[in-house]
Design a protein around this ligand. Sequence first.
Ligand SMILES: [Cu+2]
Length: 452
Amino acid sequence: MALAVVITLLIIGSLIFHFVSPWWFTPIASNWTSIDDTINLTFIVTGIVFVLINSFLVYCVVKFRYKEGERAHYEPENKKLEVGLTAITSIGVIAMLAPGLFVWANFVDVPDDAIEVEVVGQQWRWSYRYPGDDEVFGSTDVSHMTDENPFGINPEDPNGQDDVVVYDDGLRLLKGRPVKLLLRAKDVLHNFTVAQFRVKMDMVPGMVTYLWLEPTVTGEYDILCEELCGIGHYAMRGRVIVEEEPAYSNWLAEQTTFAQTVRENTADINTGRALYAVCASCHGQEGEGNEALNAPRLAGMSSWYMESQINKYKNGMRGAHEEDVYGRQMVPMAATLANEAAVKNVAAYIASMADTTVTETIAGNIENGRRLYTTCGACHGKQGQGIWSTDAPRLAGQNDWYLARQLSNFKNEIRGYHSSDATGKQMLLLSKMLKQESAINDVVAYINTLQP
Ligand SMILES: [Cu+2]
């Protein structure tokens, strides 16, 4: 009898939970209400079956419970019952699956007026490409991929010159206009998902997969990777911004084209050397860093990382938090670099500087640090040498006091918190794995032992 009561409570509890649960769909922001309808239909069918079967169980437990002197009746075959159950089950299964086929037919049939946008996934970031004024994408190939050409666009292809490349900003879509997203992966399987759009698709290296949708609500949503794609998988976040005209076209017109990124790449080290004179007062003549002035070593840092950080200071993504005492000092200094060319030139000069040696100031449990660093090495490299394809800078040979301060800045969310700072946000998420106070010192002490 107690069992019957428990099962009854289970049925009632499950129904109540289903209807008042706070974990429900986020408000939909695309045309794909049919996906919600099929999910709801599945809930209805499985819900009815759940209630019927469990109620039947309760009935049996009560009706056929043990009674003195009564014996079970053995009946292995019952044609009528079997035919009936098979028929009802078939109807239920068809009701759940058939509507999905119609939705799928829509899903693979992209409207003719859809805009095409390419999304590229890699461990662990997203970047986007628009076809430009000619509305045709340039061809791509892995053999063209370099740190200056992460999409691998064929430099000889005239269609590729006006392609708009977006690395650091989010994906922008136009409200009310169907869009076909062409999905590519550079390294492993990823999966492009925006919960509010209801559609998702795997990204497979060597293939171009696609999905289409029509954004219906303006706003900003998270892009998630829903394929477990490696150790930093959870840090693979992006954002999509749905806008109306003219904001969308204005934004698109401001972005750099592939041809522009190639042209800007011819950095001039001598001009950079002259610009560095300002920097030397804090970072040192040789770029060796100066602990008394809290300025880290710059010598030998790769130009892509230097550029990204200087631009972050310029755009308010770093050094803007009021508790970021040291970062704030860098903001006016970054502002002395008037344009993109100046940033590239000084970064190229810094990258050309010879390595300097640093003195250790931090002690910690190196064994524990080594254990913690296994995760870090996936992005920063086993020897802390830095890896451009993961956007993770070199750590080996950096001033340890600076590394420790950055780690606590990330942990306290005074660096990497800005909504446009995708790479900073990754590191912010990762820094949370250094839970104990001593973990920062341990991992930094281990980094001190690395020789790239
Ligand atoms: Cu992924």
